[in-house]
Design a binder for this molecule. Sequence first.
Ligand code: E4P
Length: 232
Amino acid sequence: MKTKIFCDIADYKTIKFFNKKNIVDGFTTNPSLMRLAGAKNYKNYSIKILKICKKKPISFEVFADNPGDMLKQAYKINKWGKNVYVKIPVVNSKGVFMGKVIKELSAKKIKLNITAVYTFEQVKKIIKCLNKNSKSIISIFAGRMADKGKDPMPIFKKSITKTKKYNNIEILWASTREPYNFLQAKKIKCNIITMPPSIIEKISSFGKSYKDLTIDTVKGFLNDSQKSKFKI
Ligand code: E4P
């Protein structure tokens, strides 16, 4: 079983670059990444991306905060392209579970990426709302959890075991912080990991020998001391 690599980015040029690379199987965006990419018009910017990314799955998130408006945005986003996954936050900003939204969209076979997930309780509730014949992703935020001193491994292990029997539900390791997270995700057979371009670049050089690593490290220190003309 392969752990697919998605690129976590909304920058147009970077998506264009990685869309041609085999290492990347898809893309995830979120409103913060869209803002960072300088998107002014959410729809136009997304459609511009979809003109160059026509096949690989790509998630675009709703940003409404109430179920009614969330549904309206989701139906619109879904129409932008066949490879689009509509990203729905598991709760709104008041902490209310968005089960009704998930259920309605999934029943209509709209591909969903349920995001901002932090607990196994949430995963179980999401699964209950999902149409098992429709493609869905559940994004668990490993890095943000670990940033706060919480171990992400137990929720991943339980969620992967729980969704194993559903071919259309994939668990995604979101909020990746370091290249080693890829090996952790692979070990537990996580379906997808999404990571920023800088980490994808680092993964491409996986497998370097200890001998090369030790020499590269010493060379780096030597170069810097020479550039600074250090003397003792
Ligand atoms: C992906 O779908 C998430 O939006 C993303 O991985 C969040 O990453 P961050 O915690 O680095 O912002």
